[in-house]
Design a protein around this ligand. Structure first.
Ligand SMILES: Cc1cc2nc3c(=O)[nH]c(=O)nc-3n(C[C@H](O)[C@H](O)[C@H](O)COP(=O)(O)OP(=O)(O)OC[C@H]3O[C@@H](n4cnc5c(N)ncnc54)[C@H](O)[C@@H]3O)c2cc1C
Length: 498
């Protein structure tokens, strides 16, 4: 029986990201994963700039860039007559997160990188082929019962906290006893992933094909990889969906069997659900275990990585004895409303693309023709109530990532710490005699030189300093030097040896 600080159930993208973050904090971590290999078939195809920033924090920026393609041309919702209804804007330069805001990738390649990175952390122990079959929580920790699927042998482990990163059918969510809030979209779709033999004259951007006869999504992934997501309609024979005779005629206007090899065809049901309860004492859930979104925004995996970034520093603060365990309650209270905004936008987009009534589709197209194509961006919601100075409107929002004067990205300098960004003209005031907590080694001090983007950002918020949390969300701003005392008091109250 092993005894660890944290046990993770599931090594999908959420679990692998959280394990890497806990590894970087030096927390003893056991990861239990049922499968012996990375899930070989891709699901996610897109992630955003904030997600790249989280991958950067794992030291994976360059490795991930090497297997990904920046999506500079956005996503276009197009009617069957070629009319553009909505556009999620692309950009051909890095955005506020310090990275392009859209990336396309092949999920098994990303998951492989995440797993390889775990080898850097001797405090993270991974058991593949081990299924968690029992969870018993008490006041001091959780006992996990696992089965080695290669030989049927059972084991017991003890952890102070268990995080269920165990996907849509989460056993940990079940143990927590959480219901799901259904946000209204549940629909079967077929995913067809192909490798084209040659370059084809297909759009470089993502197309949401809003044809009431057969709604589809067409994605340019990386290299010669392309995806068609095809809505399943009443009357389709479930047995036939993954058969070539079913799908090739549907995509014939773009591609023929002679032009590509099928990597896989698989039917999924897209859900829009959010668990009511993300934590019960020492049991916590993250990723698809806590929320599932239809993929019309390409945000499900991104939300799981945000969960991991939000939770990791809080687990570290609690397990190192600096913070009260109640800090962990802010994980769910902050993340739940945040992810709900993404799910609700995806549901709204789903209602637009999934319209199969010809008359209602004609009215939809006419409305967009009158008002002009709608241009939209990803939401940038504030976190729900939690660990930041909630009376300040900008606290609880994600901070930009600046390039520093030496050319480094800001987060690479900060590492897994808090950060105090101070306008150069006030830097002298941040002294350990006055602000001992802000001046400890777990707070990186960055000076915003006059005229620099960081200085301009502080000025735009009428601030002379900003305190960022390790997940890069703004904990609070000091609008004048005297308000540094408020940041000092907030951090001292949050992180004082308990
Ligand atoms: C068609 C499709 C397209 C998508 N497109 C996008 C996109 O473009 N962008 C995006 O961000 N997201 C997208 N998503 C969503 C994304 O794929 C998921 O949100 C993401 O994979 C969830 O990761 P996870 O780690 O939370 O869960 P999972 O990937 O489901 O991992 C859970 C892991 O837990 C393991 N496990 C479960 N139970 C146990 C147990 N009892 N014991 C041990 N191990 C266990 C499983 O074996 C699995 O490895 C898409 C999804 C689909 C289906």
């Amino acid at each position: 029986m092993s005894d660890v600080d944290v046990a993770l159930v599931g090594l999908g993208p959420t679990g692998a990201t959280l394990a890497n973050l806990l590894g970087a904090y030096g927390i003893s971590t056991l990861v239990l994963e049922r499968d012996t290999q990375v899930y070989p078939l891709p699901r996610a195809v897109h992630f955003d700039g904030e997600t790249m920033r989280i991958l950067q924090s794992l030291g994976l920026q360059h490795a991930v860039q090497a297997i990904s393609r920046p999506g500079t041309q956005g996503m276009h919702f197009v009617s069957s007559t070629g009319q553009t209804l909505l556009v999620r804007q692309g950009s051909d330069h890095p955005g506020p997160q310090g990275h392009y805001n859209n990336w396309y990738f092949h999920q098994p390649e990303l998951e492989t990188l995440l797993r390889q990175r775990l080898a850097q952390h001797p405090n993270v122990h991974v058991q593949l082929g081990h299924e968690v079959q029992g969870l018993t929580a008490d006041a001091h920790g959780v006992t996990l019962e696992t089965t080695d699927l290669s030989n049927g042998q059972t084991q017991r482990h003890r952890a102070q906290y268990v995080v269920g990163c165990d996907g849509a059918r989460s056993a940990v969510r079940h143990a927590i006893g959480s219901d799901m809030d259904d946000r209204g979209l549940k629909q079967a779709w077929l995913c067809l992933d192909v490798l084209t033999h040659n370059e084809l004259p297909l759009p470089a951007y993502t197309v949401q094909w809003c044809d009431p006869q057969r709604p589809m999504t067409i994605v340019n992934k990386t290299g010669k990889r392309r995806r068609w997501e095809i809505m399943v309609l009443p009357g389709d024979d479930p047995e036939q969906l993954t058969q070539p005779d079913f799908y090739w005629p549907l995509v014939a206007r773009w591609i023929t069997p002679a032009q590509a090899t099928v990597e896989r065809a698989a039917a999924y049901t897209f859900h829009s659900v959010l668990a009511h309860t993300w934590q019960n004492q020492r049991l916590i859930i993250a990723g698809d275990a806590a929320h599932q979104t239809p993929p019309f925004l390409g945000q499900g995996m991104c939300a799981g990585l945000r969960d991991a970034a939000n939770l990791a520093w809080k687990l570290h603060a609690v397990l190192s004895g600096q913070a009260h365990p109640d800090l962990l309650l802010t994980y769910g209270s902050e993340r739940m409303p945040h992810v709900r905004e993404f799910i609700d936008l995806a549901v709204r987009l789903g209602a637009i693309i999934q319209e199969t009534d010809p008359e209602r589709a004609r009215l939809r197209d006419a409305t967009f023709a009158d008002q002009g194509a709608e241009i939209f961006a990803f939401p940038q919601p504030r976190l729900g109530p939690g660990a930041y100075l909630s009376h300040q409107p900008h606290a609880g929002t994600v901070a930009p990532q600046f390039t520093l004067s030496q050319g480094q990205l800001m987060d690479d300098v900060i590492g897994h710490r808090f950060a105090l960004l101070v306008a150069a003209e006030h830097a002298q005031q941040v002294q350990s005699s006055r602000y001992p907590r802000l001046c400890q080694a777990d707070v990186a001090q960055l000076t915003a030189e006059l005229g620099s983007p960081m200085h301009q950002w502080l000025a735009a918020h009428q601030a002379c300093a900003a305190l960022l949390r390790p997940d890069r969300y703004v904990a609070g701003l000091a609008h004048q030097p005297a308000e540094l005392a408020e940041l000092e008091a907030w951090l001292a109250a949050l992180l004082t040896p308990k």
